[in-house]
Design a protein around this ligand. Structure first.
Ligand code: SF4
Length: 261
């Protein structure tokens, strides 16, 4: 069966979300962005919120998220997606506003924006992809890069005494008073992808029900900049990212629990 045949069969069996365009992907083979885009699209469909959703795209590999997720989108300056989402939501309270950000965008230049948006309890949803590296710019160290991890800017491995320690953003965001739901998932195997979808759905529902700020961090891969094939990258991520960044729900208020997702 050719590539087209496989795609057609998959579509027949699993369907194709209306919230996903049919644009050819620019992501590298084995990149998790495509998986998470589909999960977001499926959630928009299932909650029937596509027509009133506005996404805010980051700077980074996911800068073209608006080519794939079939809803209104705006592009933010690097790290400023939560600030832009705040404005959009405040002047359009009936809209469902979400940011889609990588670790370079959210955990480095955008640290202030995300922490204060969470602390203010902005009614926005954040999907945060953590692959422990700057992807688009060629594989430099990110705040989430693990100790000893080789990147183009840490060719002998990250030395935490020199470069600081990896940031556990979900643990930090969960401490803010305005966050109602903060969870870390790993889209690295079938079970993890299912859990990730459930978490993303919960995060969108928290906004739909007006409960507060919600964020789902997703452990992901960057086979290209890790210099691994896609399968090895998945295994490496499970063993190494998963060891430092545990999959966990760090904050879930009773109201969010009551949503029953
Ligand atoms: S560079 Fe990394 S994060 Fe960017 S598209 Fe390629 S695999 Fe994905």
């Amino acid at each position: 069966m050719g590539e087209t045949g496989v795609a057609e069969t998959m579509e027949r069996v699993y369907g194709y979300p209306a919230s996903l365009t049919r644009a050819n992907t620019h992501y590298c083979p084995g990149c998790v962005h495509g998986i998470v885009h589909r999960l977001v699209a499926e959630v928009l469909d299932e909650l029937e919120i596509r027509e009133r959703a506005i996404g805010v795209a980051p700077v980074g590999c996911a800068v073209l998220a608006y080519n794939y997720i079939n809803t209104d989108f705006v592009e933010a300056a690097h790290g400023r997606a939560p600030a832009m989402a705040t404005g959009l939501k405040r002047v359009n309270p009936d809209k469902v506003v979400f940011t889609y950000q990588g670790d370079g965008d959210l955990a480095a230049i955008g640290t202030a924006e995300i922490i204060h948006a969470a602390n203010r309890g902005e009614l926005i949803t954040t999907v945060f992809i953590n692959n422990a590296i700057y992807g688009m710019t060629g594989g430099q160290m990110a705040p989430t890069t693990l100790q000893g991890m080789v990147t183009t800017s840490t060719p002998t491995g990250r030395d935490c005494l020199l470069a600081g320690y990896p940031m556990r953003m979900s643990e930090i965001l969960a401490q803010t008073a305005g966050a109602v739901y903060v969870a870390r998932e790993a889209a690295l195997d079938v079970a993890g992808i299912r859990r990730t979808k459930r978490a993303i759905k919960r995060a969108f529902l928290a906004q739909v029900h007006g409960l507060g700020f919600a964020c789902v961090e997703v452990l992901a891969t960057c086979p290209t900049n890790w210099n691994m094939d896609p399968w090895a990258a998945m295994q490496w991520a499970k063993e190494n990212l998963g060891a430092f960044y545990p999959v966990e729900t760090f904050r879930m208020t009773e109201e969010v629990r009551g949503l029953g997702v």
